[in-house]
Design a protein around this ligand. Structure first.
Ligand code: SF4
Length: 337
């Protein structure tokens, strides 16, 4: 899979005051991307249908200045989100961003990375001597645009030099060449998001193949980064145990035995809002979205989500704890939600 080339780009005028803004302008033009500069408000989309707007937004890069504000909290994976990028060009039908980004899921990249990192430093100072953990992928897959921005590289170097702080991000993308060989002091944890073939084949488009993600994971481990896997969203379907067992075996085949990877397990969930988006954008989707089959759970940001009922959750938990213990005995499960 080649790097992401947007179809359109909107550049905020104020972003051109920053070197990264100017660099992106000339690189986007060199790739023949249609670039327009806007001042205050993003131009309205000319697409007629919801689905057309959605798909064009996924291929639209917005280059802008991050406005200073509080970071969002980010349980259970970290203390705070680190907002380097928002949005992702991938087309995973179940994507959790469908709830937050809704109708115009632009790929937004911020040019003033230093300001974002300065704000992160303030949070770390407030919480010292406790360690503060930042999550770089709460609203995006930042590796998808790393070849454009280099923001992850900068964040990794920044956290390597900052005491009482750690950084982590998760990705399905494999463009990690620029992250190998930079100083990280083991303070950035890179996780790869993976799933069984059943889910990859039905629900994911525009993301690298599993084998390529596992190869990238192996390179990250060789470069000395702490490595993790996020298995999700976990679906329950006819034969799910066999499929997820195969996935754990694939991880074992690629990742050196003796390194202690971490594993996060996230079962499939949806919100009323994401269900609406998914059904409009991917009519005929096979993502299970039947509210009757789920338990409603109140969520952190005021909207509830539909999760698997308790008996199914218990089966999932029991299965993964047992299988991971058997197939990946050095792995540590961080949480199952
Ligand atoms: Fe969403 Fe991740 Fe897929 Fe991007 S790669 S569309 S962020 S699930």
């Amino acid at each position: 899979m080649g790097p992401f080339i947007p179809r359109l780009a909107f550049i905020q005028k104020a972003a051109l005051a920053y070197p990264l803004g100017r660099e992106l302008m000339s690189r986007l033009k060199a790739e023949d991307v249609e670039v327009s500069v806007y001042e205050k408000k993003l131009p309205l989309s000319t697409q007629k249908t919801f689905a057309e707007r959605f798909f064009l937004s996924k291929r639209t890069m917005v280059v802008l200045v991050w406005k200073r504000r509080d970071f969002q909290t980010c349980r259970p994976s970290a203390h705070y989100q680190l907002p380097l990028v928002s949005g992702c060009p991938g087309l995973c039908e179940y994507c959790y961003l469908n709830t937050n980004l809704g109708r115009t899921p632009y790929v937004k990249v911020y040019v003033n990375v230093e300001d974002i990192l300065d704000r992160a430093r303030e949070y770390v100072d407030e919480r010292r001597p406790a360690t503060t953990v930042f999550e770089g992928s709460a609203t995006s897959d930042p590796v998808a645009v790393e070849a454009w921005t280099g923001s992850l590289q900068r964040a990794i170097r920044f956290f390597a030099a900052l005491d009482n702080a750690r950084f982590r991000f998760v990705t399905k993308y494999t463009d990690i060449g620029g992250l190998l060989g930079i100083p990280h002091k083991g303070k950035t944890e890179v996780r790869f998001s993976i799933n069984c073939n059943y889910a990859l084949e039905r629900f994911e488009t525009g993301t690298p193949r599993l084998q390529n993600r596992l190869k990238a994971a192996r390179e990250i481990a060789r470069a000395g980064y702490p490595l993790g896997f996020l298995v999700g969203p976990i679906f329950v379907f006819e034969g799910w145990r066999e499929e997820y067992t195969k996935l754990l075996h694939a991880v074992r085949d690629y990742v050196p035995d003796d390194i202690g990877v971490t594993i996060e397990l996230i079962t499939h969930r949806f919100t009323a809002r994401s269900k609406k988006v998914i059904e409009q954008v991917y009519p005929g989707t096979q993502v299970p979205l039947d509210k009757e089959e789920r338990r409603f759970k109140h969520g952190q940001f005021g909207y509830g989500k539909y999760v698997y009922p308790d008996n199914v959750m218990a089966e999932i938990r029991e299965f993964f704890e047992r299988q991971i213990g058997a197939v990946l005995p050095h792995a540590r499960i961080l949480y199952i939600v």
